[in-house]
Design a protein around this ligand. Structure first.
Ligand code: GRG
Length: 301
């Protein structure tokens, strides 16, 4: 899998975030002695050493706009990454997408077994909230409570899980661009939005600045999904690290099937430009978030 950014400062930030997230997840998921160790091994397998770490990067970058302590931002970044990893583990299960390859390696249920993968996903989900609620995340319990509420809302029935339900029912519903936009905002957009707003929540930032990040996240999330649809059509399995051509095989309507490759690509680039424009209130301080928007649409993995 490759997650190389053309911008050298962003490439450095992606590398640094990846290393910091690995080290922190290693600390947050210690192996116990008892027979329950197997589920922790599966949680570590599903979350360590893989992926672009886009969501933690967004948390770190939004937090840096407000000079939030990097140690706080890293815990929030790891919490959202744990939710993301749980969703990938469950999405790969035979009852959902039934996939064998994820992040260039056997999926969690292939490496362990179905029951262990299910439990590992469950435990990553609950560990994420345990981390957010603990004191090292922020000195103010009201901020920790708000982070817990926001992440629960983003990942539950009104967010990621709800989006996954709509996705599973997509074949029986007639999906136009508006319906797919709503589905994707729920399934992937809400976690991306949480990640972008997290810095403002940690900093108790002014509402207009939080809104600017929310607007950025809205366009970034859609651009991300269109790029994901394009990779499913044009990507190479050795680079993408997961099966490609899945949407066409499943007969699923996507942005690419509805708009065509060229219009979809133009739309993704337009959304990335629009996302960058929302960052005007932050001036140069938001340059890495702007570079992230460009990276999201040009990525090969
Ligand atoms: C099963 C509760 C439940 C939810 C599943 C997010 C999701 C919902 C499923 C993931 C399946 C999928 C391929 C969605 C498309 C967008 C997406 C989330 C792609 C993977 O995210 P990346 O590209 O992955 O950030 P890495 O591996 O880099 O972290």
């Amino acid at each position: 899998m490759t997650a190389n950014a053309a911008d050298p400062r962003l490439a450095e930030a992606l590398k640094a975030t990846g290393e910091a997230v690995n080290a922190e997840l290693d600390r947050l998921l210690p192996l116990p002695d008892g027979p329950e160790a197997r589920v922790i091994e599966a949680m570590r397998y599903a979350s360590l050493d893989g992926g672009k770490r886009l969501r933690p990067l967004l948390v770190m970058l939004s937090a840096s706009l407000f000079n939030v302590a990097p140690s706080s931002a890293l815990r929030v970044g790891c919490a959202v990454e744990m939710i993301h990893c749980y969703s990938l583990v469950h999405d790969d299960l035979p009852c959902m997408d039934d996939d064998d390859l994820r992040r260039g390696r056997p999926t969690c249920h292939r490496q362990f077994d179905e029951a262990t993968a299910l439990l590992a996903g469950d435990a990553l989900l609950t560990r994420a909230f345990e981390v957010l609620a603990a004191e090292p995340t922020h000195a103010d319990p009201a901020v920790r409570c708000q982070l817990v509420w926001e992440l629960a809302h983003a990942s539950g029935g009104a967010g990621m899980v709800g989006g996954q339900m709509v996705d599973l029912r997509a074949a029986e519903l007639s999906m136009d661009v508006a319906a797919i936009t709503r589905l994707q905002q729920m399934k992937t957009g809400r976690l991306i939005c949480f990640s972008c707003e997290a810095g403002a929540v940690l900093a108790k930032a002014a509402p207009n600045l939080r809104q600017a990040l929310k607007n950025y996240a809205h366009d970034l999330g859609l651009a991300f999904q269109i790029a994901d649809d394009l990779l499913d059509v044009e990507g190479d399995v050795s680079q993408v690290g997961k099966r490609v051509g899945k949407d066409a095989d499943a007969g699923k309507a996507t942005f690419v099937s509805l708009l065509g490759v060229e219009r979809a690509r133009a739309q993704a680039r337009m959304l990335a430009d629009q996302a960058c424009a929302h960052l005007d209130p932050f001036g140069d301080k938001a340059d890495l978030l702007r570079a992230t928007a460009r990276f999201v649409v040009e990525r090969q993995a």
